[in-house]
Design a binder for this molecule. Structure first.
Ligand code: FES
Length: 682
């Protein structure tokens, strides 16, 4: 009796014996090896590419002869002539097993391929999207045994792909008959199947084999900015990223002012819903245009947002979120049709998934941060701060995860700052102030040169120097404090007090002149006392939120701090700590995670398993309410000083010495500044 040949797959290590003549794709399927196929083994999609290895493999106990696979066939030759196959590659559906063989499945042929994530600490993401492509051959109609085209398509999906319970809506039905006939009774369908066990939906159909790709949008809908990543649903790669300002800003800069707008203006919620939906449609069109794809290829969208944005996006009045007990209309995740929520610029049958909210003040954006950063899997106690107009904070480790939000206002995003602007070419993003001369140097977005470097003027000639973005203002305030231009209470000193003519009077206070191009008709960029106050309010809110979570956890220190946010990657961790935005920690334990909420959205877009996971994790997160907690106010007031009135910052002190200056005594500017701070903090 002869034994069947042994097949060993790498990298999975799965192995088994198969009769001579078994296609590699069939063997892979039987062993549960992750080998892709859209055409179901018909030799036309090329998704099933494999690399056979020949020779001795003592590790696997296999010796592979040159004729271990069937000969290169006409189907492979045709594909190679038309599209080209890499040397050594075969089509898994065409190559049949003849003898013992070792077969490598390259990453691009794996359905659940790993997507490389940039952050070193982040786990790999495994592709498991809700929408996938299936190529099917459908039986032709027969007068003598009448059945509908949809029913025969459903039968084909069942027999060829083992997919049951498939539905199609009316708009798809109208495309079905022409597609089947044009494709000669072969079609590719995009099929949406999520983790809830709901019926599979056909979201799109193409005659024959569709090779134009399939895309999804991961959208972080913030109070101030909207960031979108167009993602290839087959590879997980981000094809294009784009963002715009949230047009709801004209109704109120922060969340509560938008809720107040609705309270005072009947129908205001509808206006804001329309404004954001219009912006989202514009954003979808522009990002598709940038990537050079048809917007109809966008078949899925995932949203993460805070609760107020969540309700306004869905067309739900957010008034209940403005008052205790801050009840959400629903905190569950949502799966909807895109047109149902006014998203009409993409595929009309596209599906939308919205992550679950954690509580009335802690939204799907915080859930997305939890999905991306996984605090519940950390042995160290980690504080994650998602900096935005409404900051989201998570504190936790393997034993417990707490979450809260904090109303920081839009100052960290460059709004409410006299020379503030959004992060765009020409915006000052890095600043250093010489502690001796008090002279600044800076860098603007779009150039790597410092303003004191040769060639800076030429490098910035096109963009100009237009303002200060969020990360720039954080550095400016911290540098002013380090250079002795700003005292711990947040007062800017006069020219006499600081010894620099850059400290100029402004009303009853002072401002620091960072850049003056007014002689050439350009802008005069200063950091004013009002700017400092806005940043103090924002950072106090952030710090108070962190302290509240630490109180709840019963700790005074944390092991690690992660700064996240649309511009989180650009915040200098040292400057954030000088400012007292975050609690003291060893500086090398403070890191930036970039837009963690956006990353969480992308993970949920690429993986239904991740959707199921975050729905489970959210139920285990303990919510801490900042709005009604009296200690929040106490922490807020104490955090107004730079870096802090009473909390020690030993790790910061070991690397930075902050000058002991005080500009308030007897100075009119000082008095005015103090009064304003008290009022704002109350
Ligand atoms: Fe499509 Fe092999 S499975 S070409």
């Amino acid at each position: 009796m002869t034994t069947d040949p042994l097949v060993v797959f790498t990298p999975s290590g799965k192995r088994g014996r198969f009769p001579v003549g078994t296609p590699v794709l069939t063997a892979a399927r039987q062993l549960g090896v992750d080998l892709d196929s859209v055409c179901g083994g018909r030799g036309i999609c090329s998704k099933c590419q494999i690399t056979p290895s020949y020779g001795e493999f003592p590790k696997h106990g296999v010796s592979v002869s040159d004729d271990a696979l069937s000969d290169w066939n006409a189907v492979e030759q045709r594909y190679d002539d038309k599209r080209g196959l890499k040397p050594g590659r075969r089509l898994g559906c065409q190559a049949a097993i003849q003898g013992d063989v070792v077969i490598d499945v390259p990453p691009e042929s794996q359905v659940h391929r790993q997507v490389v994530r940039k952050a070193a600490t982040a786990r790999a993401l495994s592709m498991d999207p809700a929408t996938r492509l299936y190529f099917v051959e459908v039986e032709e109609p027969d007068m003598h045994s009448p059945t509908g085209d949809l029913e025969r398509l459903q039968r084909a999906l069942k027999t060829q792909w083992d997919v049951e319970n498939v539905t199609a809506d009316l708009s798809l039905l109208s495309k079905l008959q022409p597609a089947l006939r044009k494709g000669g009774w072969t079609v590719t369908v995009a099929l949406h199947r999520d983790h809830t066990g709901a019926a599979a939906r056909i979201t799109e159909i193409w005659p024959g084999l569709h090779e134009g790709g399939l895309f999804g949008l991961a959208i972080d809908l913030g109070s101030t900015t909207i960031a979108a990543h167009l993602t290839d649903l087959e590879t997980g790669e981000v094809t294009a990223s784009s963002g715009l300002m949230n047009p709801q800003i004209r109704f109120g800069e922060d969340l509560m002012s938008r809720v107040s707008y609705v309270m005072m203006n009947p129908g205001g919620d509808v206006e804001m819903t329309n404004a954001v939906r219009e912006a989202l449609n514009d954003l979808a069109l522009s990002i598709a245009d940038e990537a050079g794809i048809d917007p109809a290829l966008i078949v899925e969208t995932v949203f993460v947002c805070n609760p107020v944005m969540h309700h306004l996006l869905l067309g739900i009045d957010p008034v209940e979120l403005g008052q205790a007990p801050f009840a959400l209309a629903t905190s569950a995740s949502l799966s909807l049709g895109a047109p149902e929520m006014g998203i009409t610029a993409i595929n009309p049958r596209a599906r939308v998934y919205i992550l679950p909210c954690i509580a009335g003040h802690v939204g799907a954006d915080a859930a997305a941060v939890a999905l991306s950063e996984e605090p519940g899997k950390s042995d160290d106690l980690v504080l994650i701060v998602d900096v935005g107009t409404n900051a989201e904070l998570l504190l936790g480790n393997t034993t417990q995860v707490l979450a809260c939000s904090s109303p920081t206002g839009p100052a960290f995003e460059g709004a409410q700052i006299s020379s503030g602007q959004r992060a765009a070419p020409g915006a000052i993003e890095r600043i250093e102030i010489d502690p001796v001369t008090k002279e600044p140097r800076f860098r603007v977005i779009g150039s790597d040169l410092w303003s004191t470097d040769d060639g800076f003027d030429a490098a910035t000639a096109t963009s100009g120097i237009t303002g200060i973005c969020g990360s720039g203002i954080i550095e400016a305030v911290a540098e002013m404090r380090m250079a002795g231009l700003l005292d711990p209470s947040g007062l800017i000193g006069s020219a006499e007090q600081t010894g620099t003519q850059r400290c100029i009077p402004e009303g009853r206070t002072h401002a620091y002149l960072l850049h003056d191009a007014s002689a050439d008709g350009g802008p005069r960029i200063t950091v004013t006392q009002g700017d400092i106050r806005a940043i103090q309010l924002a950072k106090s809110a952030l710090y108070a939120g962190a302290r509240l979570l630490m109180d709840e956890m019963g700790v005074d220190t944390v092991d690690k701090v992660v700064l996240a946010g649309a511009f989180g990657a650009h915040i200098s961790t040292k400057h954030a700590m000088v400012l007292g935005m975050i609690p003291d920690a060893p500086l090398d334990h403070v890191s930036s995670a970039g837009n963690a909420a956006g990353t969480g959205a992308r993970i949920a877009l690429c993986s239904v398993a991740a959707r199921a996971e975050i729905e489970r994790v959210v139920r285990e997160i303990t919510k801490v309410e900042t709005a009604i907690e009296p200690k929040f106010q106490e922490h807020f007031v104490a955090a107004n000083a730079i870096p802090h009135a009473s909390d020690p910052f030993p790790h910061l002190s070991s690397v930075v010495t902050l000058p002991a200056v005080a500009f308030g005594a007897g100075g009119s500017g000082g008095q005015s500044g103090r009064k304003r701070r008290r009022r704002s903090a109350s």
